[in-house]
Design a protein around this ligand. Structure first.
Ligand code: AP5
Length: 269
């Protein structure tokens, strides 16, 4: 129970402002104020205001983003995390980190990634589950990119208790995807994603240090696309009621406007 003193001249109190959060990734709050106005015998100028509040704990957002290779998942994740402060967890990035560290899992994963196939669940599921369980993901909420990619991965997540609020699917025609893959470059310093034509680096210095992913060739993207097409429907069917399909072929800022609308609905729900 909280007790507030209010001047008799105060006509109303904004209860939401008393409990507002600065982090826009939190979904909602529930306040159930019970207000009793009583005369305070020691002063004629004030009312004693007793408020019983049941306050629901802030619930951070949990979002999944999916789409074909180069549909813009990583690019949109940069914009989403900037606004909502969610923890970005990309299955592909976790796997590439294992490859860079030269671990056994990384060596095995690379064999599959080079063929554009899905890395076996025994490697990728625990990796994602562990990252989702880290304190920052639990506290700030998460944005899961490129996972799950099969119904068995979706079921595993569900069994571990991870349930998303929204499933975003980026839709982009195949001919655009190939163009995006071959022109993609990555900045190893900032982690930023560039495209030689659509999103060129801001300076010569950045341009000189850009790298290309080992699976970003026209031949490999076609294999990755085949794998995506074989699996996407089975995953979608499990998240049908929370799926929003976004036209990912538009300019990246226009794509974000569409995604943002869907996220704002989640925040307000
Ligand atoms: P992963 O790293 O996830 O690759 P992917 O799904 O193929 O997606 P990308 O990272 O290639 O593209 P993106 O959608 O993020 O696009 P981006 O924003 O960069 O997976 C790699 C491999 O790992 C898989 O093949 C698999 O082997 C394995 N793996 C991953 N997850 C797994 C899982 N769950 N289970 C098993 N195995 C797994 O954009 C691409 C380019 O387009 C950029 O240059 C960008 O600047 C440009 N661009 C983006 N948006 C726009 C726009 N709107 N207009 C113009 N250009 C744009």
């Amino acid at each position: 129970m909280a007790i507030f003193m209010a001047s008799t001249s105060t006509s109303s109190l904004n209860f939401n402002s008393l409990f507002s959060s600065s982090n826009s990734s939190f979904k909602h709050q529930t306040l159930t104020p019970l207000i009793h106005f009583t005369h305070n015998p020691s002063s004629k100028k004030h009312l004693a205001l007793k408020v019983n509040c049941s306050v629901k704990k802030f619930d951070p957002m949990k979002i999944m983003i999916s789409g074909a290779p180069a549909s813009g998942k990583g690019t949109q994740c940069e914009l989403i995390t900037k606004k909502y402060g969610l923890v970005h967890i990309a299955a592909g990035d976790l796997l590439r980190a294992e490859i860079d560290e030269g671990t056994e899992n990384g060596k095995r994963a690379k064999e599959y990634m080079e063929k554009g196939e899905l890395v076996p669940n025994e490697i990728v599921v625990m990796m994602v589950k562990d990252r989702l369980s880290q304190p920052d993901s639990v506290e700030k909420g998460w944005l899961l990119d490129g996972f799950p990619r099969s119904s068995s991965q979706a079921t595993a997540l569900q069994e571990y208790g991870f349930k998303p609020d929204l499933f975003i699917l980026l839709e982009v025609p195949q001919e655009i995807l190939v163009d995006r893959v071959v022109g993609r470059r990555l900045d190893p310093v900032s982690g930023k994603i560039y495209h030689l034509k659509y999103s060129p680096p801001e300076s010569e210095e950045i341009a000189a240090r850009l790298t290309q992913r080992f699976d970003d060739t026209e031949e490999k993207v076609k294999l990755r696309l085949e794998t995506h097409n074989q699996n996407v429907e089975s995953v979608l069917s499990l998240y049908e009621d929370i799926t929003v399909k976004i036209d990912g072929s538009a300019d990246k800022d226009d794509v974000f406007v569409q995604i943002d609308k869907a996220l704002l609905k989640v925040v307000a729900s």
